[in-house]
Design a binder for this molecule. Structure first.
Ligand code: MSP
Length: 675
């Protein structure tokens, strides 16, 4: 395929302190679809992803595990690479922010900024609140404040920092937005960005003195770079900015500026305000577009490990295959808006659109060619038939939708053609023609058109369904690669009569709903709680794990060997599986409609958890706030009266049936483990 031009797209680089879930994989899968589509349009594509490995969050997570931050990120970045491999993500470049090449690029960028715009950087005292989880300066005053992203209390910071004078860039940013009306997509997000900038900008502190785990400021190594300055620069370092290797530098010159930075909506300010201002100050070209997608919700909340409401991609891919997850994510949610993840909806789509839709059509058509024409593609009608006339608008619609990143619509257009081919086959009933020798030419035309429709559908849906369409392509007797077909110059009639097809295999096997659901559930359970998976039969679809015993009760002894009636002994290794930590109750409230339940927000050191406990008959919510409690921290999440509980409080069960919470007579730090 002739290369049209270059196209550079990026995912955000992922925080290397937690394992990716379906929500985080969403950005990467979407970008993979775009990358494959653009390649099929003839572009030379660079696709960057990577890991964000600095910051206080990582430093603390490593400390807790008793390992160095470097060990932690080395381990975790591999989890991302393994997942992208499993998901068949065709990125071309991967950047780690702890790499030497990246550190050099960050230092080079600030040096260039100091040279081009010396007034943009200023050293002064900073006092304010900072959220370590979202790496966000929450307020510039020492007053207590909660993070607007995660809602957790922000930490007090007081230190001498380097500031970027963002306030000086308001006018320039607004001019730039005016001149580039497509800079941020979707439009409603761009409006939010403009209003934010119009309201006035505060300077941002871009260095930190209080932490060590970061890139040292050139000439002032007591300071490390603020993680967002560091992270945003990965979009340039990842393709060779300021690299020692001239070939890498040439790659940067070739690909920069990026065509699209694909991001989730919560990080738009960093990308659409800070990043362009940083680049303006360095006098470097700005990215062409920032595209912000919505969140994947799980029961109406953002999927997040700390809340325990996550689905992981690995079990879905292992049971249903990569294409099923990709198709579901792109078809079910209108790109740009929030979408809800549900295993039921995933299985329904799999069954209806993939098994009964594309899979069934391909295998029926190929089987009829095998049976009626000995596996040789028959001759078409003399002139264009019904399906050929339907193809043109479907192709135009699908391409327009891909271009607009409206993946759901693109798939709807393509699946409309599948439905039309199904209807056409029912109407023409080639199986009846097959027994009538005088209708041989008609049978040939009908099956040629149906096979050609399968071919064009395979090409049009290849960016979303790379594996299944490659298998269909091979079954259609095509020897070249489907990925190398030019989607824009796709025309009706490309299938050559006389081509030998191969016996079709079911690209999407029909599966038993209950069995599949249970297998996915058991694997998810194992990820959430390694070693704790219940036998698959014990889990119920959508139960969210179900292994957690009721709050304020003794742990279930189900799997332990019984020594004597009523006495269960477990080995130390079993006990060690239970993670108990000191928690601090931040807030407490009654659960509506449940007399015994209280909903608590409990700080367990590295996160604030929502825990539902059956202690409302013994405690008033107000008296619990500020109290230290013992939390069983590694229980699988479960729902009590529809409210998610991520852990359990330990309490003694008294003869009167009144629970008495465990607490400490001496001072203990929040998050400390109990052994
Ligand atoms: N490290 C920063 C990005 C720095 S880029 C210079 C970061 N990392 S992240 O790991 O928290 O998020 C990576 C991507 O995953 C973001 O695009 C984020 O929006 C996306 N998602 C994480 N959870 C998500 C959902 N539940 N739903 C959809 N996408 C979400 O931010």
């Amino acid at each position: 395929m002739e290369k049209l031009s270059k196209y550079y797209l990026t995912t955000p680089i992922y925080y290397a302190n937690s394992r990716p879930h379906v929500g985080s994989a969403y950005t990467t899968i979407v970008c993979d679809v775009i990358a494959r589509y653009k390649r099929m349009c003839g572009y030379e594509v660079a696709y960057l992803t990577g890991t964000d490995e600095h910051g206080v969050n990582i430093e603390r997570a490593a400390e807790k595990l008793g390992i160095s931050p470097q060990e932690l990120v080395d381990r975790n970045q591999q989890i991302f690479r393994d997942l992208w491999k499993l998901l068949g993500i065709q990125y071309t470049d991967f950047i780690r922010t702890t790499s030497k090449e990246h550190a050099k690029a960050v230092q080079a960028l600030i040096e260039r900024t100091l040279e081009k715009s010396p007034k943009a950087i200023e050293k002064r005292k900073y006092e304010g609140r900072y959220c370590i989880y979202d790496n966000l300066y929450v307020s510039d005053s020492p007053e207590p404040a909660d993070c607007p992203i995660c809602g957790r209390p922000a930490e007090l910071i007081s230190e001498e920092n380097y500031f970027f004078r963002l306030s000086d860039y308001q006018g320039r940013l607004l001019d730039f937005y005016r001149e580039h009306p497509d800079f941020v997509q979707p439009d409603f997000r761009f409006n939010e960005v403009k209003s934010f900038v119009e309201a006035g900008l505060k300077d941002v502190s871009i260095s930190r003195k209080s932490i060590k785990w970061g890139i040292p400021w050139p000439g002032d190594p007591e300071h490390v770079f603020y993680v967002w300055y560091d992270a945003l620069t990965s979009y340039m370092s990842g393709i060779g900015y300021a690299n020692d290797d001239p070939a890498r530098r040439a790659r940067f010159d070739h690909f920069w500026p990026a065509d699209v930075h694909m991001i989730g909506k919560e990080i738009i300010r960093f990308h659409a305000v800070y990043w362009p201002a940083f680049l303006m100050a360095a006098e470097l070209p700005l990215p062409k577009r920032i595209h912000a997608h919505g969140w994947l919700l799980f029961e109406q909340e953002k999927m997040s490990k700390s809340k325990g409401n996550v689905a992981y991609p690995e079990p879905i891919v292992k049971v249903l295959g990569n294409d099923a997850l990709r198709y579901y994510l792109l078809r079910e949610t209108v790109f740009g808006q929030d979408g809800n993840f549900s295993r039921e909806a995933l299985l329904t789509r799999y069954e209806a659109d993939l098994v009964s839709g594309l899979g069934n059509l391909a295998s029926r058509v190929l089987a009829m060619i095998e049976n009626y024409f000995g596996g040789i593609v028959p001759e078409p009608f003399g002139e264009e038939g019904t399906l050929g006339r339907l193809f043109g608008p479907v192709k135009t619609g699908a391409i327009q939708s891909y271009e607009a990143f409206d993946f759901s619509l693109a798939l709807q257009e393509i699946w409309q053609l599948i439905a039309q081919v199904d209807g056409y086959l029912v109407k023409k009933a080639p199986w009846k023609m097959a027994s009538d020798a005088s209708r041989r030419a008609e049978l040939s035309g009908v099956l040629y058109d149906a096979a050609e429709a399968v071919r064009v559908v395979a090409i049009l849906s290849h960016p979303v369904l790379p594996q299944a369409t490659a298998a269909i392509w091979k079954s259609l007797g095509q020897s070249d690669s489907i990925a190398e077909q030019n989607i824009r110059s796709l025309e009706w009639g490309g299938l050559r009569p006389g081509t030998r097809i191969t016996k079709p295999e079911a690209v999407f096997p029909r599966l038993d709903y209950k069995d599949v659901s249970e297998r996915i559930e058991a694997m998810e359970q194992e990820i959430r709680n390694p070693g704790s998976a219940q036998p698959a039969a014990a889990a119920t679809p959508g139960s969210g794990g179900g292994a957690a015993p009721a709050p304020a009760q003794a742990a279930s002894p189900a799997a332990a060997p019984v020594e004597a009636p009523g006495v269960v002994k477990i080995g130390i290794e079993d006990f060690a599986k239970v993670e108990m930590r000191v928690g601090l109750v931040k807030s407490a409230e009654k659960v509506a409609g449940a007399d015994k339940l209280l909903k608590l927000m409990v700080d367990v050191g590295d996160e604030v958890r929502q825990i539902v406990a059956g202690i409302a008959t013994a405690y008033q919510p107000e008296e619990l706030v500020g109290r230290k409690v013992v939390v069983v921290a590694n229980l699988a999440p479960r729902k009590l009266r529809g409210v998610e509980s991520n852990g359990m409080l330990l309490a003694a069960s008294t003869a009167e049936g009144k629970p008495v919470l465990c607490t400490f007579a001496e001072e203990v730090p929040v998050g400390a483990r109990l052994k």
